[in-house]
Design a protein around this ligand. Structure first.
Ligand code: HEM
Length: 413
């Protein structure tokens, strides 16, 4: 860890070596920028919700049966007979929505404040976490074995057939030529195991973060002034936890099935395809993109490009002095359009794919993919404009990077 932010902070690092408690130092005295805003609370909140999901998931497992004949009985048992089973299940269902809402805010924070510039490893481990979480969320939706579970599983597993050998892989995964109890058991095993992989990778994600240190809302890489994580941010994270728990418990006790499709409460009829098959709200943007391409393999490919597209941010960017979008109004505008378009696609994904909705989906798809390339490119160009004008800089008498940055900063605030 040669370039470790922790080791670089010599005074505190020496202190930690003296006490011999490196772990204590990493956990509590990790040097943080003093100006982190609430947008830096999402990561710890994600940990809290992940913990709650694993705990409630294990509790549900003690009563759930992954068998086509028994699954509905076992879910009914959890909701009606098992002690506090309905609370545990509602928390698990609501927690999934909350988890994805937090992930989207966490990623948007990273894009807006350019956190991917300082920490590409953190960015890529985060993207892997998102992909794994999507897998777990999807598998979990299958477990209650409602109408949407079955047809959702049919649609998504059929995407495997677009790759060579995919049809055989599908049979292998299903445990036969059709979806059956065998498939449900496999879905359950994966849904049980993958969250532990997510937990391990989340810890690695934070370890990577500790190597280079956090970025900050101003977007300036200030390493010479920091405050220890504890007590400055430990108390802020605890305040975030309190607010999150209020929302979490409020949702669980009042609108437990707010986001669930009503068809999920009906028994499966394998002979009758519903008019609209759709996933939970957090996958609707991707689903809208999948359906907007009138070619199966093309749709699957475009959808994956749209989901994993944020991977290009660190690749397209240059050595930018200003990480954040704060000083670039044009990129801020593109960012707002990108975020609004995400919501637009979410609405489209829930509609029947006919007429104007398909056209709107295609428009949204182009906008989404375009923004993923435009954001880092315009940001880089803006930086070049700001820093590569020696005549103007000397006129203003701004010679050092710090002087220029302070000047830009004062116009931005
Ligand atoms: C299971 C999901 C995740 C967990 C538990 C998690 C956890 C955390 C935590 C605790 C932090 C430090 C506090 C903070 O900055 O909020 C952090 C930072 C960060 N995360 Fe995540 N994260 C997750 C997913 C993601 C995803 C999907 C991305 C992006 C694709 C991402 C990108 C980042 C980045 C860039 C930072 C560094 C921010 C900085 O420079 O200050 N994370 N994450």
């Amino acid at each position: 860890m040669g370039s470790c932010a922790v080791d670089c902070d010599s005074d505190s690092a020496d202190e930690s070596k003296e006490t011999g408690s490196h772990y204590y130092y990493h956990a509590l005295k990790y040097p943080c920028p003093p100006n982190l805003s609430v947008w830096w609370n999402m990561g710890s909140m994600l940990f809290l919700v992940l913990g709650a999901q694993i705990l409630t998931g294990i509790m549900l497992t003690t009563n759930y049966s992954a068998d086509e004949q028994l699954v509905s009985v076992s879910v009914d048992y959890i909701m009606r007979d098992a002690n506090y089973g309905w609370i545990v299940r509602s928390m698990h269902m609501g927690g999934a929505s909350l988890f994805f809402a937090l992930i989207y805010l966490h990623v948007a924070r990273g894009v807006y404040f350019g956190a991917y510039l300082k920490n590409p490893h953190v960015w890529y481990s985060g993207l892997t976490l998102y992909l794994l979480s999507m897998g777990v969320g999807f598998l979990g939706y299958v477990l209650p074995w409602g109408v949407m579970s079955y047809w959702g599983l049919t649609v998504i597993t059929n995407m495997m057939t677009v790759i060579p050998g995919g049809a055989r892989a599908l049979d292998w995964f299903q445990g036969g030529f059709v979806i059956s109890s065998m498939t449900l058991k496999r879905v359950f095993v994966l849904h049980f195991l993958l969250p532990f992989v997510i937990l391990g990778l989340s810890l690695t994600h934070v370890l990577f973060l500790h190597m280079n240190g956090s970025s900050n809302p101003l977007g300036l890489d200030q390493t010479n002034f920091s405050v220890p994580f504890h007590p400055y941010y430990s108390i802020k994270d605890l305040a975030g936890f309190a607010l999150l728990l209020i929302g979490f418990v409020g949702m669980t006790f009042t609108f437990a099935s707010l986001t669930v499709d009503p068809l999920q409460w009906q028994p499966i009829n394998k002979m009758k395809t519903p008019a609209v098959i759709k996933p939970e709200w957090y996958f609707l943007y991707a689903y809208a993109i999948l359906r907007s391409i009138p070619h199966k393999a093309g749709g699957v490919f475009t959808m994956f490009a749209a989901i994993a597209g944020v991977a290009v941010f660190p690749m397209i960017s240059g050595p930018e002095k200003f990480q954040s979008m704060k000083v670039c109004p044009l990129v801020r505008l593109v960012f707002i359009v990108w975020a609004a378009n995400f919501m637009f696609l979410t609405v489209i994904g829930a509609q029947e794919p006919t007429g104007g909705w398909v056209l709107a989906g295609q428009f949204g798809t182009v906008l989404h993919l375009g923004a993923l390339v435009v954001i880092p490119m315009v940001k880089m160009k803006w930086e070049m404009e700001l820093y590569n004008r020696p005549e103007e800089e000397s006129e203003e008498g701004l010679n050092t990077v710090t002087e220029k940055t302070v000047a830009i900063n004062s116009t931005a605030i």
